[in-house]
Design a protein around this ligand. Structure first.
Ligand SMILES: [Fe+2]
Length: 296
């Protein structure tokens, strides 16, 4: 019997109570884009996990094989990406001609982009990559336009792996077919269930059992959509008043996720330390320049 594309479960996990190192009391993330040069937003306070059924075992395996052939992950806790195209994906999963549509329909259940199905389809079609890992050391993804995005991950091949966001108290056991939506500006990693939330390199050895393969992409949210999710873009001064630690410049211990050199981050919510990438490289913006119109 073919899988029923509608037979999925959707769980929403609270991720809005954060363990923040003193002297900070909250998290926020700035942006290197000119439009948000002197603004920051709080992290999205939820994680969505959808247990999908639109990929049968054969399609999961063939997509994972196609992805595996394009990535190189020799070292534990490393991550590697490989671009793909919609024709490539169709060739890898010929039994599922509208993979984008299935992913988009599942993502629509989260509501993060509103209710228009076209917005989800457009987002999924814009970028789909393979991503492979042998466990994943704790990190976040904040470069370029990613402060405006949420990420999605569709598990193709993995076993005995937890997705962990240490500062939000989130630990989720993953299975093939799981579709995850989360705020990638928060530290995240892949751990073995027996490693108590630590990313332990020795637990991810050679061969297929040690590696995980996903499809991944991003959901780009407008300012209005961020506001609707309860994480509006606000002037950095607002976040400084809340003693927010900037996730744009935070560095994490790969194994534990602990934030390094916390004291060095104390001025990160001031205009004098804001940066934008206005010319292909990171450059300092003069304090006091007008809001959000530095460059196109
Ligand atoms: Fe990541």
């Amino acid at each position: 019997m073919p899988p029923n594309p509608l037979s999925l479960s959707h769980r929403v996990i609270a991720a809005d109570v954060h363990a923040v190192p003193a002297p900070f009391r909250a998290f926020a993330v700035r942006s290197e884009e000119p439009r948000h040069a002197w603004a920051a937003r709080a992290p999205y306070g939820r994680v969505h996990i959808l247990r999908t059924a639109f990929l049968d075992a054969g399609s999961l395996a063939s997509l994972a094989t196609a992805g595996d052939s394009r990535v190189s992950i020799e070292t534990s806790l490393d991550i590697d990406y490989a671009t793909t195209t919609l024709p490539d994906l169709s060739a890898a999963a010929p039994g599922l001609p509208d993979l984008v549509g299935h992913i988009a329909s599942a993502l629509q259940l989260t509501g993060v982009l509103g209710s228009d199905p076209a917005d989800y389809r457009r987002s999924v079609a814009t970028r789909i990559d393979y991503v492979a890992a042998r466990g994943a050391g704790f990190h976040n993804d904040v470069s370029r336009h990613w402060s405006r995005c949420l990420f999605w991950l569709l598990a193709l091949d993995l076993a005995e792996v937890d997705f962990v966001m240490p500062h939000a108290g989130v630990t989720l056991a993953l299975a093939p077919g799981d579709l995850l939506v989360f705020d990638q500006t928060m530290a995240h990693g892949l751990c073995r269930p027996g490693d108590t939330g630590q990313a332990v390199a020795a637990s991810f050895g050679n061969g297929a059992p040690g590696r995980q393969i996903f499809l991944t992409g991003e959901l780009l949210l407008s300012d209005a959509q961020w506001a609707l999710l309860g994480a509006p873009w606000l002037p950095v001064e607002d976040h400084e008043q809340r003693a927010a630690l900037d996730l744009m410049v935070a560095e994490f211990d790969e194994r534990s996720g602990a934030i390094k050199r916390v004291r060095a981050l104390r001025d990160s919510m001031k205009r004098s330390t804001c940066h934008v990438d206005a010319s292909g490289g990171r450059q300092r913006v003069a304090a006091g320049a007008p809001d959000h119109d530095v460059a196109a």
